[in-house]
Design a protein. Structure first.
Length: 250
């Protein structure tokens, strides 16, 4: 007979129940201590509230005018602008039926001290050529100039006078974009500098389909802005120069 080891447990008999499996640790939030659980719950609640407010504000911003937007329009705009701006409307009753091109010309101070005025550069046409046939056009080519012009029109009256505090901001933004475009096209030439810029829009109606009896005018309508001066810059920052290249409209 084998000796019995009193320090060890006897093996279970044939009819004995198997021992219970070892307890597993709790996973997820349940595995945290109570203070951490409370902190996570509060954080999740805050995130959920912010998401709900964001969705609600964006919906009210793009929705048609209603009682809520009339009473709380200022608060909605303060929440949306500038990070979450949306330039489209839900249930738009009158989709765009016009082509709008933004054009610019410049007054140049030449290297010999004289001045000259360039022809009109069609910046929208330049963007159109860059997008046409491009499978992955950049956001700048698609939206920068168009959104800047929409921003200007929305913050100015029919006489191009700013309405509200954002009017001067839209002017600065639009002027900066067209100035960079002129510099990229090297409009000033060697030793020259851009002193003034003038912007205009050219609006034409989209032709109706051939089967339609609708008649629309094909004459373009221009909105011409006054000449804008450019701020003085250091020589190290570069000056606008002229190549007399693509996109120019005489």
């Amino acid at each position: 007979m084998d000796a019995y080891d009193g320090g060890s447990k006897a093996p279970p008999g044939p009819g004995a129940a198997p021992p219970p499996p070892p307890a597993e640790g709790r996973a997820g939030i349940a595995g945290l201590s109570l203070p951490y659980q409370v902190g996570v719950a509060v954080a999740l609640a805050v995130v959920a509230v912010v998401v709900c407010v964001q969705v609600g504000m964006v919906f009210l911003h793009v929705a048609p005018s209603n009682t809520v937007t009339k009473q709380h329009g200022r608060a909605i705009d303060d929440w949306i602008y500038p990070e979450f701006e949306q330039n489209w409307k839900l249930f738009a009753p009158n989709p765009l039926q016009q082509n709008i091109a933004v054009q610019v010309r410049a007054q140049i101070r030449t290297g010999d001290g004289g001045t000259r005025t360039t022809g009109w550069y069609d910046l929208s046409a330049q963007d159109g050529r860059a997008i046409d046939g491009n499978l992955l056009p950049s956001h700048t080519q698609q939206n920068e100039l168009r959104r800047a012009w929409d921003f200007f029109v929305a913050t100015h009256d029919g006489q191009n006078r700013p309405v509200g505090l954002r009017g001067s901001l839209s002017e600065t933004y639009l002027r900066r974009i067209v100035t960079l475009r002129l510099e990229r096209d090297d409009v000033a030439g060697r030793g020259g500098a851009v002193e003034l810029v003038q912007i205009r829009s050219r609006t034409t109606n989209v032709k109706p389909p051939k089967w339609s009896d609708e008649k629309v005018s094909d004459r373009p309508v221009y909105r011409v802005l006054p000449w804008w001066s450019l701020p003085e810059r250091d020589e190290d920052s570069g000056s606008a120069k002229n190549s007399g290249s693509a996109g120019r409209v005489q």
